[in-house]
Design a protein around this ligand. Sequence first.
Ligand SMILES: NC(=O)c1ccc[n+]([C@@H]2O[C@H](COP(=O)([O-])OP(=O)(O)OC[C@H]3O[C@@H](n4cnc5c(N)ncnc54)[C@H](OP(=O)(O)O)[C@@H]3O)[C@@H](O)[C@H]2O)c1
Length: 253
Amino acid sequence: MDAFDLSGRTAVVTGGSRGIGRAIAHGLAAAGADVAPLARSRDDVAAVADEVRERGAASTVTTCDVSDEDDVRAAFAEVRQALGPLDIVVNNAGVNPDAALGPPEAVDSDDFDFVTDVNLAGAFACARVAAEDLHDRGGSLVNVASVGGLVGLPRQHPYVASKHGLVGLTKSMALDWAPDVRVNCVAPGYVATDLTEGLTENEELAASIRERTPLDRFADPEEVAGPVVFLASDAASYVTGATLTADGGWTAR
Ligand SMILES: NC(=O)c1ccc[n+]([C@@H]2O[C@H](COP(=O)([O-])OP(=O)(O)OC[C@H]3O[C@@H](n4cnc5c(N)ncnc54)[C@H](OP(=O)(O)O)[C@@H]3O)[C@@H](O)[C@H]2O)c1
C-alpha cells in the first residue's frame, strides 16, 4: 500500500519522548518519515532520536516546551534546518497532573491554566508556527485528544476542557486550511503509560476501567500510533476534520 508510505516526509511529534508520542515517532519512522521527537527532557528526546535512526530514518535532538510560543518557534526552526520543511505535525504533548484533579471547587486557576496551556494553547501554537510549511507541502496535522474530548470525565475538568477544545480546534482548523492541509484528531481511551500509572497500579481502578472497556484491556501505545500514521498519510487523503477513536470501544457504549 504505497499510500501509507511516508518516505521523503519530515514529521514533528510533540511529547515524542515517552509513551504514546514515542510510539508515534517509531511508527512514522517505520513508515519512512524523518522524525523529530520534541519534549522538555533532552536525554529522553535523544534516546528516541536514536530509536528513530535505528529504524533507518533521520532524526534530530531538539527540546521544546509547547506552552512557550517562543520556544516552539525556535524548536521548529531548528528541526527545519536539520531535517527540512515540515510535512507532518503531531500535537501529542499532554499533561494531567494530580493538582488539576478533583471537583471544580478544588481546582485553582493556575492548575487549570497549566493544563490548558500545554494541551490546547500549546497545540494551537505548534499549528500556527508550522502553518507556512504545512501549506507549502500539502501537509497533515494530527492532534492527540482523548475520550475526554468527546465525553465528560468526573474530577478531570481542565483535562476534559482542553481535550474538548482540541477536538473543536481540529474541526475549525480543517475548515480554514482545506483544501491544502488536512487536520485530524485521534481520541485514545486508556493507554498504559506514565500518565496513567496511578490507574494501572491501582488494581481495583484498573479492573473497573477494563470492565468498562469492550476490548477488556488498556491499549499499548503502539495501538494509538497506527491511527496517527494512517491520518498523517495519503491513505487518509479524503479525511479531514475527523476525530478517530482508539478506545477499545469505550465511547461506543
Ligand atoms: N495514556 C493515556 O491513557 C491517554 C489517553 C488519552 C489521551 N492521551 C493523550 O496522549 C498524549 C500522550 O500521553 P502519554 O500517556 O503518552 O503521556 P506521558 O507518558 O506522560 O508523556 C507525555 C509526553 O509529553 C511531554 N510533555 C509534557 N509537557 C510538555 C510540554 N510542556 N512541552 C513539550 N512536551 C511536553 C513529555 O516529555 P517532557 O516531560 O520531557 O516534556 C512526554 O514526552 C497526551 O496528550 C495525553 O493527553 C493519553
